[in-house]
Design a protein around this ligand. Structure first.
Ligand code: SF4
Ligand code: SF4
Length: 378
């Protein structure tokens, strides 16, 4: 396929460097400029954003750090249309034109129908979004059309059968979810292969879960090769799949970007032995992750109680790895207090279900918040 980037690492613009770690719209633009410049200087070209990333600021940041500072032919840009922001056919164009304006890109190299799962497909089809996207392609405003997906291989089969003009598909693939009964990375990947569609990988490190792994799993990797970072195994696992055209990494610091572009500059696929090691690490991690949240933040926007759901889950996961019976207290009790002053407490949840209806990981958020509240509020 002629539209595959030369290098398999893409810059995901969902978890950007922040000036204030508790506010995802306080983007550290100067650091981001340095990161973008280094990414391009090292020969990488693929950038991925979306309408609601970083509290709707990501696409504007693209203009500030990328499109206004680098020649159009030196990069490719992907963005997306999400069902949560369209009610009529006119809304599709309103969003699209606002995206052109916000990014200043002139056209999009890749455009995706965003995060299809369950009932969202009905809406996308009712509003003829697939046909609309192909029309944008004819007009030269989109170069390549595809969709991102968070559901079963059976539904993926249905979509690819009904919409064979979609050129690629974006899937959640990582060594932890490869055989998971819920995410079914492997089966979804194989379905894309069956339909001859190249795959873009999202969440290769499962929202940072595979960057901060339990000590026992980390030792496994470090004993094998102490020069490689822990997240490098996750990115290389996904990139080693032959039908994968690009792996998106949500880089949020210059340090992460340096590391990623070091080993992906001259990418070497994992050997069979190395893949087996990743699966062994997955077994260890699975035993210890209390809440498999990827910190995508899709759930927070519509929460009437302004609960910072992924932040609470992140500190809770950290604490669940500690031997609390020995320590009794961790710094996260204080962190929880600080967050709870700024946002709603976990116990403020009124069980409206909004968050669960949009969570791509299908997590029982309401129950998990009860666990969080029990841990920190009593
Ligand atoms: S169920 Fe609770 S956490 Fe979820 S959106 Fe409603 S109030 Fe917020
Ligand atoms: S709970 Fe679900 S929607 Fe919210 S951040 Fe975690 S994975 Fe994303």
């Amino acid at each position: 396929m002629d539209f595959k980037p030369e290098k398999k690492l893409g810059f995901g613009l969902m978890r950007l460097p922040l000036k204030d770690k508790t506010n995802s719209s306080e983007i550290d633009i100067e650091q981001l400029k340095e990161m973008v410049d280094l990414f391009l200087a090292r020969g990488f070209t693929y950038f991925d954003t979306a309408w609601m990333y970083s509290k709707f600021q990501s696409e504007s940041a693209v203009k500030e750090v990328l499109t206004s500072r680098h020649p159009r032919e030196s990069y490719t840009l992907a963005t997306k249309l999400h069902s949560g922001f369209i009610e009529t056919e006119e809304d599709r164009d309103k969003i699209f034109h606002a995206q052109l304006e916000k990014t200043g890109a002139g056209y999009f190299d890749y455009y995706l129908i965003h995060g299809i799962e369950g009932e969202m497909l009905e809406k996308y089809e009712r509003l003829h979004c697939f046909e609309w996207l192909l029309e944008k392609k004819k007009q030269g405003l989109v170069k390549h059309a595809g969709f991102s997906f968070h559901d079963t291989p059976e539904l993926l089969d249905t979509i690819l059968t009904r919409h064979p003009d979609m050129e690629f598909v974006q899937l959640q693939i990582n060594y932890l979810d490869w055989e998971s009964e819920w995410i079914r990375s492997r089966a979804c990947y194989e379905m894309a292969v069956k339909h001859g569609k190249p795959v873009i990988v999202m969440e290769p490190a499962k929202g940072g879960t595979l960057a901060r792994i339990p000590e026992e799993a980390e030792r496994l990797f470090k004993d094998y090769d102490s020069t490689k970072s822990v997240p490098s195994w996750a990115i290389r696992f996904a990139a080693s799949l032959p039908n994968v055209m690009v792996v998106l990494s949500g880089m949020s610091s210059l340090e992460q970007l340096r590391d990623n572009t070091d080993y992906m500059g001259s990418f070497i696929p994992l050997s069979e032995e190395e893949k087996t090691m990743c699966f062994k690490a997955a077994e260890i991690i699975n035993r210890q992750v209390a809440i498999p949240c990827t910190a995508c933040s899709y759930c927070t926007e519509g929460c009437p109680m302004h609960i910072c759901i992924p932040s609470y889950f992140s500190i809770y996961n950290e604490d669940m790895r500690e031997h609390l019976e020995e320590k009794g207290w961790t710094i996260n009790f204080s962190n929880y207090g600080t967050l709870a002053k700024q946002y709603g407490k976990a116990s403020d949840c009124i069980a409206c279900g909004q968050c669960e209806s949009v969570c791509p990981q299908h997590l029982p958020i309401i129950q998990y918040l009860k666990d969080v509240a029990k841990h920190y509020e009593h």
